[in-house]
Each structure stands twice: as structure tokens, then as C-alpha cells.
Write a protein that binds this ligand. Structure first.
Ligand SMILES: CC(C)CC(=O)Nc1cccc(-c2cccc(CN)c2)c1
Length: 232
């Protein structure tokens, strides 16, 4: 997160850190007791290995009550996701067991009505992604508030040049933006997860390249289908 600040501890009990060998790779969030939603492109450099999911954390390293690392039983990328574009950039992770819910570990509901969030709505995004242009990785969860940018503005040829589909949305990226390691985290507007951070052009904090997110509502049926199909 660039240009943000350290989050209030444990105000986002739905936040997950997707880790490989103890290292934070991407964000995610709890959508059901045994399911985490994240971004498919986070598996790009995992060489087929399964993530471990850290729940209930504020600091990635310090001992905290209710902080727990869960093994993953299954990782299901959206069938339309691929490494060449940001389309269908969603990943479902089934935990080995149901997460123990408490004040630090909670499910976050996601938007099921397929209607655009109005431009200029101020939403918030949090993550353990890099907090400086030099790529400094934080120990604590950071957050930043960002206004929604209309799809027409985001699709301007000097910005994302008509690559933003109706399954995506954008936020202004002037100075304050998501960055490497924030992918997979939720964009929360009025307390509801509207979208999931995607890497887009993989530049951060440049107002010419607004932050891009995968809207969740268009995928509600896919999410429900996967959760219903994979034996609990
Ligand atoms: C395996 C993955 C971690 C690879 C990856 O995602 N790399 C990467 C590199 C630079 C910027 C970003 C990035 C992420 C989220 C938002 C943005 C821009 N707002 C950039 C992402």
C-alpha cells in the first residue's frame, strides 16, 4: 500500500495473508469459514506449491492472540484467468479445516448485486504489500482510502486504454495506491467487499495507471458453485 498508514489493529478480521515458506505473497479475505478469496495471478510464481493462509494477524511476525496459519486443501483459480491479462483474476482457497471465528477472525460479505459502485465513492483497501517505491515490505497491515474512478475515465487511452471490462473497476492512484503484495485483498465500500485487487499494469502510485480491481458480483454464481461442489 503506497501513501497509506498502518491499519487499526484487528479492524479487518477478514484479512488473510497468503504465504509461501513463511513469506507474505498476496492478500485475500475470508468469505466463508473454510474459504478465502484472492487473485489468480498470485499463483504465478508459486511453481504449483500450495499457499498457507495466515488469519487473525496485524503483524506478520509478532505473536498475537488468535493469529493462526492454516494449510490449504485446494486452490481453484477462475477458469478464465491467465497470465496475459487481468481477466477473471480470482482464486478460491479451501482451508484444510474451518477457521476458528472470533473477534480477530471474521467473514466479510461480498456484493452480490451486479451494479457499478458510483464514481467518487470513497472505498478502502488494506494489505501487507510494499509501502515504498523502493519496495519496502511492512510487518504490519496498512490501509488506504481511495475514490472510485469511472470506467470511462479509467479506459481513457492515456490510462488503461479500453482494457477495463464491466467485470473490473478502478480507483484513483495518484500517490495513494495498491502495490506488489496487495493483490487479492478486498476493496471495501460501505462495509461490503465490492472487488479484489489485481496487479494491472504493475506500476504503483502513478495517476496515469489507476488501480484495477476484479468486481465480485459478476462472479457470485461461480463462487457459490465452487463452494457447494468441493466436498466440505
Ligand atoms: C506473484 C505476484 C505477487 C506477482 C505480482 O503481482 N507482481 C507485481 C509487481 C509489481 C506491482 C504489482 C501490483 C499489485 C497490485 C496492484 C498494483 C498497482 N496498483 C501493482 C504486482
Amino acid at each position: 500500500i503506497l501513501g497509506g498508514h498502518v491499519a487499526e489493529p484487528h479492524l479487518r478480521p477478514h484479512m488473510a495473508s497468503l504465504q509461501l515458506d513463511g513469506e507474505h505473497v498476496c492478500g485475500g479475505f475470508l468469505i466463508a469459514e473454510q474459504w478465502v478469496l484472492s487473485a489468480a495471478h498470485c499463483t504465478e510464481e508459486t511453481d504449483g506449491k500450495l499457499f498457507q493462509v495466515l488469519l487473525g494477524a496485524h503483524s506478520l511476525t509478532e505473536p498475537e492472540p488468535h493469529k493462526r496459519l492454516y494449510r490449504v486443501r485446494a486452490q481453484i483459480p477462475h477458469p478464465g484467468s491467465n497470465i496475459h491479462n487481468n481477466k477473471d483474476d480470482l482464486l478460491l482457497l479451501q482451508l484444510e479445516e474451518k477457521a476458528e471465528l472470533n473477534e480477530h477472525v471474521q467473514v466479510l460479505r461480498f456484493q452480490r448485486e451486479d451494479r457499478d459502485v458510483a464514481a467518487d465513492t470513497v472505498c478502502e483497501v488494506a494489505g501487507w504489500g510494499t509501502v515504498s517505491h523502493s519496495g519496502r515490505r511492512p510487518d504490519k497491515l496498512y490501509q488506504v482510502e481511495r475514490p472510485v474512478l469511472s470506467r470511462d475515465d479509467c479506459n481513457h487511452r492515456t490510462r488503461h486504454d479500453h482494457t477495463i471490462t464491466r467485470n473490473m473497476m478502478c480507483t484513483d492512484s495518484r500517490k495513494k495506491d495498491t502495490c506488489k503484495g496487495d493483490s487479492g485483498g478486498p476493496l471495501v465500500c460501505n462495509g461490503v467487499a465490492e472487488a479484489v485487487v489485481t496487479a494491472g499494469s504493475r506500476v504503483c502510485g502513478n495517476y496515469k495507471k489507476p488501480g484495477i480491481y476484479t468486481r465480485i458480483a459478476p462472479y457470485a454464481a461461480w463462487i457459490d458453485g465452487v463452494m457447494a461442489s468441493v466436498a466440505g
